[in-house]
Design a protein around this ligand. Sequence first.
Ligand SMILES: NC(=O)c1ccc[n+]([C@@H]2O[C@H](COP(=O)([O-])OP(=O)(O)OC[C@H]3O[C@@H](n4cnc5c(N)ncnc54)[C@H](OP(=O)(O)O)[C@@H]3O)[C@@H](O)[C@H]2O)c1
Length: 245
Amino acid sequence: MDFTGKKVIVTGSTRGIGKTIAVEFAKRGATVVITGRNKNTAEIVAQNIRNEFNVNAYGVELDFSKDDITPALKEIEEKIDTPDILVNNAGLTKDTLFIRMKDEDWNTVLQVNLTGTFKITQYFAKKMIKKKYGKIINISSIIGFIGNVGQVNYATSKAGLIGFTKSLAKELAPRNINVNAVAPGFIETDMTNELPADIKEKYLEQIPMKKFGKPEDVANAVLFLASDLANYITGETIHINGGMY
Ligand SMILES: NC(=O)c1ccc[n+]([C@@H]2O[C@H](COP(=O)([O-])OP(=O)(O)OC[C@H]3O[C@@H](n4cnc5c(N)ncnc54)[C@H](OP(=O)(O)O)[C@@H]3O)[C@@H](O)[C@H]2O)c1
């Protein structure tokens, strides 16, 4: 797969799944925009990508928990104008049992995981429509499909992304823009490393392949959906979970 000449935004790409997705695009010649809550961290990741793969890479501070993210979106626009590919990956968890869940736990997760995707996608979809080209890929989660104790906020945000994907796919299909999702299961990153050992063991028991996924497993599906091989696929979700669901 070759992405030379393609411009790709990957939100939340300073580490974990997002960083791996950005690296895999850069390896294949794409210009990439790296985003995270800290400008320096994003710039360091971008610099390493530039040095290693000899492509354009930009680091931008983008914090979806802020009320106004327009300056960050404008900065990205100044750097790459219209993206060909937008990967909505930024996400966080604030796990707690439902009856103890504070407004803040609910609001932050919904704002970052769901509203953030709405805002950045609306901003750049307008430009993709003008260009008559675009691939939008949303990173949902198995939890949006099966639910989980302590994750009512997170599961709601990730299930919401599926409705978002299916509806937007229908609106943008006549404009030659594909909108799809991937739903990872248990992938080894900072997000899952925080979990206690006994919880990880319980997850492992539920995975028929008896192993956790790697960020590359998710990136591979994203590359496919962003490529011409997936031109007739829209509104779809690819599950990446070792048979767990
Ligand atoms: N790991 C899994 O098992 C798994 C399973 C299913 C779905 N997912 C989803 O996959 C995506 C990536 O997960 P991951 O495991 O790679 O997570 P991670 O290692 O915790 O990385 C999260 C990324 O999101 C960014 N981020 C966090 N809060 C943000 C905010 N308020 N505004 C903007 N960016 C923010 C982080 O950047 P900074 O910290 O630099 O700001 C970081 O780059 C998430 O949407 C997650 O829900 C993960």
